[in-house]
Write a protein that binds this ligand. Structure first.
Ligand code: SF4
Ligand code: SF4
Length: 486
């Protein structure tokens, strides 16, 4: 299923190029009008949930015992830990992040193949904050026509100029306040929220907190207040490759051309010509409601974020005209083509790609679930010395050196027994069986030398480090090598 470009912005190929051809096209300012309807209500509800989760999460508390962070979700850069309720991730657990990214990506592919750009239209942060900023703009400056009229007036010391000035100032002040709140909330995912707020306002917070708050505040203000649909159209890579996930069975917001065309203003219908017009009265309500400023009647377009606001706008018009709603509605291309041909077609949600995405998703979820369930609070990592790989001692024995890291991921101290299993007759320093102690939430570093008599130290042999955590009973192991002359 191809994605066509907007006629509004891209000249048709068969048109002669303009005399002063330029690679730069001026931005066409979009003034979306307010709409009411089901899609709009669903969008408000999702927006409220997304913002609620975003702003509230850093303030959730979680008791992890004395001396441990009490924030439920915290990415603690200083200690290199990520806390998520009762889970704690160390840098070595980065593969969980990789798993999470795979899960997110495949879920996005699945949803896109079924319902188009649902993510873009309803949950993408750019959409959510732009929606908030537009609502503020509408509240202060009025709806589409009022905003357009006011923007054509000049600032000045007359009544209209002053009216425009105070409204613009108020809008930008509130936008900045929301941006600051948003940027500040993001910082609190990286530092204890109540402490950060106190430090911030008393001027005692570390400099990076002020710098990053400013950075995220300005980013939110520019992207949601000024750039808006330009982010979706020109900056975001997602629309470029999402068309590969769509097919003619994907449910997207579509204009039912078979019913709407030929479009025309019915009051201007030339009855003498006997023309029979479709249901579209060419009122442009759908275009004026679109946050990206496109005309859904031109077909599927790169700029369409699948928000459904044009469907709400059109339903309002159809309701007033006493016609059936759904001239713009969620539908598939296949069903539209079938209707045009006078047939009915069912929805085909269960397609080959649905099964493929679901299969990958199930495998990824299972792998993540098993990995999480089998997670231990004890970890061992061993690094063999690289230079030299081995040395020959004065008694002829071959000796290898190792750096052993034992991670105690518990919030309390732990005792361990470390034993080695390898070439026949091996001896180890500091001891063959090592009794170790690690402080709470720490990494114990240990230098270990392993020696073997010359007759059993040939080539590369397996050397197993077995670690028994006496405090919680966990047993882990690390397989390394013992190297000798060939
Ligand atoms: S065309 Fe309709 S669905 Fe697409 S972005 Fe515009 S309003 Fe949203
Ligand atoms: S809102 Fe409906 S009737 Fe009006 S122009 Fe759009 S599709 Fe046609």
């Amino acid at each position: 299923m191809g994605v066509m470009e907007t006629k509004r912005r891209v000249p048709k190929a068969d048109q002669p190029p303009p005399q002063s051809s330029s690679l730069y096209a001026n931005r066409v300012r979009v003034y979306p009008r307010a709409v009411r309807g089901l899609d709009r209500r669903v969008k408000w509800a999702i927006l409220a949930v997304c913002l609620g989760v975003y702003y509230v999460t850093p303030w959730l508390r979680w008791d992890r015992g004395p001396g441990r962070p009490s924030q439920a979700v915290l990415l603690d850069i200083a200690t290199e830990r990520f806390f998520f309720f009762n889970l704690e991730f160390w840098p070595q657990d980065v593969f969980y992040l990789a798993g999470l990214l795979v899960l997110g990506a495949v879920t996005l592919f699945l949803v896109t193949s079924l319902f188009g750009r649902l993510w873009c239209g309803y949950t993408c942060p750019q959409t959510v904050w732009t929606d908030v900023f537009m609502a503020i703009e509408r509240w202060i400056e009025g709806d589409r026509n009022e905003r357009m009229r006011r923007d054509q007036r000049a600032f000045g010391l007359n009544r209209q100029g002053l009216d425009k000035a105070w409204r613009k100032l108020s809008k930008h002040a509130i936008w900045l306040a929301v941006s600051f709140w948003t940027g500040g909330a993001w910082i609190m995912y990286f530092a204890d929220a109540p402490t950060t707020v106190v430090q911030f306002w008393s001027g005692t917070a570390p400099a990076p907190i002020y710098i990053y708050t400013f950075l995220f505040t300005s980013t939110t203000y520019v992207l949601a207040g000024w750039a808006r649909e330009q982010v979706c159209t020109y900056m975001c890579p997602w629309p470029r490759f999402q068309s590969a996930m769509l097919d003619e069975q994907t449910i997207t917001v579509t204009y039912q051309a078979w019913r709407g065309e030929p479009r025309g203003h019915h009051l201007k219908l030339d009855a003498a010509a006997g023309a029979r017009l479709g249901d579209c009265v060419d009122c442009m309500a759908c275009v004026h409601a679109c946050p990206t400023g496109i005309d859904i009647r031109d077909g599927m377009q790169l700029e369409c974020i699948n928000c459904g606001l044009c469907a709400d706008a059109c339903n309002e018009v159809m309701g007033k005209l006493g016609r059936a709603k759904g001239l713009i509605t969620w539908d598939t291309l296949a069903r539209q083509n079938a209707r045009k041909a006078g047939r009915q077609e069912k929805l085909h949600l269960w397609r080959a790609r649905t099964f493929v995405y679901l299969g990958v998703l199930l495998v990824a979820i299972s792998a993540m679930g098993v990995a999480l369930a089998m997670r231990t609070h004890t970890a061992i990592a061993v690094a063999h010395d690289r230079m030299p790989l081995f040395v020959r001692l004065t008694n002829g024995d071959i000796r290898n050196g190792y750096m052993v890291d034992i991670s105690n991921k518990m919030g309390r101290p732990a005792d361990y027994v470390l034993t080695l299993d390898g070439p026949k007759g091996l001896t180890a320093r500091p001891a063959g069986v090592m009794h170790l102690h690690a402080a709470a939430d720490s990494i114990l570093e240990l230098r270990v030398w392993v020696s073997a008599p010359p007759e059993s130290a040939h080539g590369s042999q397996r050397l197993l480090f077995r670690l028994h955590n006496l405090t919680n009973g966990e047993k882990v192991r690390y397989e390394s090598v013992f190297l000798g002359p060939k």
